[in-house]
Design a binder for this molecule. Structure first.
Ligand code: NAD
Length: 334
């Protein structure tokens, strides 16, 4: 039997953190969750859940107290492309404070391992100018030219993790997520990502309606279902690899194709209206999982279609519960 660990998950009130806590509890570990807020859609499975603002040093010291073995540091001020392109200073300042304080507090409190959640936004923008982009390998983050604000902060916090290993032999793991989606994720309000936003728009539309897509829809991405993300996190934490690793799928699609897939899952025919003024981020982005697979002998395997078949019904049910749509049951066979 695997020994029980004492684990801290920051950002445990958020999307990935909430799923991760559930999984760690199911594996029998003792878990403390910390966040600015409670999880939005269901109660946390954590043994302790504490509301703390991790921009503050004292709060980070308290969060890491009591013989914690591992820290999954997922807390971050973040959102979809609309949000991260609108607030560079606040996002960079908030995340610098969280990451610098959490690393040092974990080290001072004798934590064994610290995982930092980075992002594909660290990759050089000049390497993502075409929709048929060459998939990004970890070394493509340099020479540095990341997404303004959010991406620059992530890239520097990665570097801080490397310095903590070099100078203090503090064990750090660095994960670069590529677009995670799934049930229990934000789907409205400005912080949602493309899959959730499109599921919401499709669910709110009637058959034959128009829906708005940001950009011309030819921009490309790969998307990872949250169960693959959580499994990858556990595997990377347990690995001996200290440098940055991509965690994403290699299934590249355009936003138009993503929209068509969601419409297919919903059983609707919709017309796409492209808003060319909408923010769309880099033109193309895909994950190259060569290093991930070499390190773990594993990579995400849940297809976008499978993941959307689990995500769309959840968003549809949420909208129904909020009274924003009425779902008509299919007529019973005579
Ligand atoms: P999320 O926004 O759902 O979760 C982040 C959580 O951090 C939120 O609940 C938020 O309240 C909390 N937080 C923010 N500021 C805080 C503070 N000062 N103190 C304490 N808690 C604070 O995001 P997520 O999708 O679960 O992302 C988790 C991590 O993964 C983040 O570091 C994010 O940057 C990274 N990431 C996610 C994706 C993705 O597609 N979801 C992609 C790349 C990177």
């Amino acid at each position: 039997m695997k020994p029980v660990s004492r684990i801290l998950v920051t950002g445990a009130g958020g999307f990935i953190g909430h799923h991760l806590v559930k999984c760690l509890k199911a594996e029998g570990h003792w878990v403390r969750g910390v966040d600015l807020k409670d999880p939005e859609y269901e109660a946390s499975a954590a043994d302790e859940f504490e509301i703390r603002d991790l921009r503050n040093w004292e709060e980070c010291l308290s969060a890491t107290r009591g013989s914690i073995d591992e820290v999954y540091n997922l807390a971050a001020d973040m959102g979809g492309i609309g949000y991260i392109t609108a607030f560079h200073a606040a996002i960079a300042r908030n995340n610098i404070l969280i990451n610098a304080h959490m690393l040092e507090a974990a080290r001072q409190n004798g934590v064994q391992r610290f995982l930092f959640s980075s992002s594909a936004c660290v990759y050089a923008q000049s390497k993502q100018k075409h929709a048929d982009v060459v998939a990004l390998r970890e070394e493509d983050a340099f020479p540095a030219e990341p997404e303004p604000g959010y991406g620059w902060e992530k890239l520097y916090a990665e570097q801080l993790c490397r310095y903590y290993w070099q100078d203090y032999k503090f064990e750090t793991r660095i994960v670069r997520f590529h677009n995670v989606y799934g049930p229990l994720g934000t789907y409205d309000g400005g912080k949602e990502k493309a899959p959730a936003a499109i599921c919401r728009k499709v669910a709110l539309a009637a058959d034959g309606d128009q829906i708005e897509i940001w950009g011309d829809g030819h921009q490309t991405r790969s998307f990872m279902y949250v169960d693959d993300c959580v499994e990858g996190l556990l595997r990377i934490m347990a690995s001996h690899y200290r440098d940055a690793l991509n965690l994403g799928t290699e299934e590249i699609v355009s936003i138009n194709q993503l929209t068509d897939l969601v419409a297919e899952v919903a059983g609707k025919r919709l017309i796409k209206r492209h808003n060319l003024n909408g923010p769309q981020g880099v033109r193309g982005r895909n994950s190259d999982n060569t290093q991930l697979h070499r390190t773990l002998g594993w990579q995400p395997s849940i297809s976008l279609h499978q993941g959307l078949c689990r995500t769309y019904p959840w968003i549809q049910k949420e909208l129904q519960a909020a009274g924003r749509i009425q779902i008509t049951e299919p007529a019973a066979a005579a």
